[in-house]
Design a protein around this ligand. Structure first.
Ligand code: PLP
Length: 471
């Protein structure tokens, strides 16, 4: 399997070459040259497989530069009941007639990013050992991504993590999750500033090419193809749990920010998984909902990006969206470049409303969308508690609301649960008047010793810290 860039760069790469990379050299995103097709006989075979083996089968279609026995061992080591809490790994339960919740957030940090990041940690360790190389991951987080990355990379050979976060701005629970890690290869850096300052520092350090090369700086952001690929697996696992046979269509609703999660659903659908509809659920930051309703993709500025009670979906642009648009415009890199380089560069937006391709987003590709507000989230959390004695986190609540607007008779609707309610306790308290129960292993974590350094919002200070901790 070879990978291409959405922006038309002539090079083709193998999986392990793009594993440790971010963007393609021309600024595009990597995609497989074609989507492997899965027929009904294969689906029938896969239906009976445990999660780790299903993951191996799917990954094998995209990864041909890791020996199968090694890849199988990596999958088996990653997707265990010990790490994810159940043998099903992503158990499905029916909430009401035809509406299901697929639990993706029982990993170490209680959010769905563990599903991909845990695999990435093991793939990184494997590939770095094979190359005899090291990698220093530099990141910026306001919560979920950073902790998922740290829990995936802790103790891994050849990898260090330098994770910046805005000092004092994460929830006490999130701070405790990250800062209580005592592993020598994990470095928490609290920056005196806001999340944007952290992102600016990461950008400044990455733009210093000499420093980047010398200290082998890498990232684990959501455009990484391996992360997306890992997420394809749970669409198959959810499908098998929601159906008794492989001829029934199923719809998925996906709480969306950077379009990574739902893009994995798109890939699963392109492979031939019988997905009826993919519902993109957004909060008040509704760039994606606007696109699927109108055909206009309009990136928001900082002042138009709202801080909401589903903060992991607070995005100004959806960094994986280019992958879907590439398929939407018939994989034409010139057309893609016009939209993402010329139009976005010039106007901060592009308009496909008059383009016949836009009709295919809903038609051929099965996309719908929905939007929620803070009031909707509170109402959904209350309603779900009252009618089904089930607590959902604010992101999953956004999903449930959008899902109910897109139900089709006879088609099961699977809503992806992207975090556990305890991670967003303040909103749960606002909705229900009480704190959600906390899994045992997280009791009292706020009192654990913290491992974190405070640095000013200055890229030079962060560089000096990295240099000092790199041998
Ligand atoms: C990251 C995240 C999302 C958004 O996922 P994307 O892949 O960026 O669309 C939604 N909910 C939670 C809880 C998250 O952590």
């Amino acid at each position: 399997m070879n990978y291409l860039s959405t922006r038309g760069h002539p090079d083709r790469k193998r999986f392990c070459e793009i594993l440790l990379e971010g963007l393609a050299p021309d600024g595009g995103l990597y995609l497989p040259e074609q989507y492997p097709q899965v027929d009904t006989a294969t689906l029938a075979k896969w239906r009976a497989l445990p999660y780790a083996e299903l993951a191996f089968e799917i990954l094998s279609l995209y990864i041909d530069d890791i020996p199968p026995a090694d890849l199988k061992a990596i999958c088996a080591k990653t997707y265990t009941a010990e790490v994810f809490g159940t043998d099903e790994i992503v158990p499905l339960r029916e909430l009401e007639d035809g509406v299901y919740l697929e639990a993706l957030s029982n990993g170490p940090t209680l959010a769905f990013k563990d599903m991909a990041m845990q695999l990435l940690g093991n793939l990184f360790e494997y590939e770095l050992a094979r190359r005899g190389a090291e990698l220093n991951i530099l990141g910026a987080t306001s919560g979920d991504t950073g902790s998922a990355a740290e829990y995936a990379m802790r103790g891994k050979k050849g990898v260090r993590v330098f994770m910046t976060s805005p000092d004092g701005r994460m929830s006490p629970f999130q701070q405790a999750q990250m800062f209580s890690l005592q592993d020598a290869n994990i470095h928490n850096i609290a920056i005196t500033g806001v999340f944007d300052d952290c992102q600016d520092i990461v950008k400044a350090v990455s733009n210093d090419l000499a420093f980047k090369r010398k200290y082998r700086i890498g990232t684990v952001n959501s455009i990484n193809w391996a992360r997306l690929l890992a997420q394809v697996v749970y669409y198959f696992a959810g499908y098998f749990q929601a159906t008794a046979s492989n001829d029934k269509p199923v719809s998925f609703t996906v709480p969306s920010g950077n379009f990574g999660n739902v893009c994995a659903g798109h890939v699963a659908r392109m492979m031939g998984l019988p997905i009826h509809t993919l519902v993109v659920a957004t909060n008040e930051n509704d760039v994606l909902d606007e696109f699927f309703r109108t055909g206009v993709y309009r990136v928001r500025g900082a002042v138009d990006t709202h801080e909401t009670s589903s903060p992991s979906m607070d995005i100004s642009k959806a960094s994986n969206f280019e992958r879907f648009v590439f398929d939407l415009v018939g994989r034409d890199p010139a057309k893609l470049r016009k939209l993402f380089v010329d139009d976005l560069g010039l106007n901060g937006s592009f308009d496909l409303s008059a383009d016949p391709a836009f009709a295919q987003a809903a038609g051929r590709f099965g996309f719908r969308s929905g939007r929620s507000t803070h009031a909707d989230r509170l109402a959904t959390i209350r309603d779900t508690d009252k009618r089904f004695a089930t607590l959902v986190d604010p992101h999953t609540a956004d999903g449930l609301k959008a899902a109910r607007e897109q139900l089709a008779p006879g088609v099961p609707m699977v809503v992806l649960e992207t975090a556990l309610p305890i991670k967003f306790a303040a909103t749960l308290v606002e909705a229900l008047g009480e704190e959600p129960a906390r899994p045992k292993k997280f009791e009292g974590i706020e009192a654990l010793p913290k491992r974190v350094v405070k640095l000013p919002a200055d890229a030079e200070a962060v560089k000096a810290y990295i240099a000092e901790h790199c041998d």
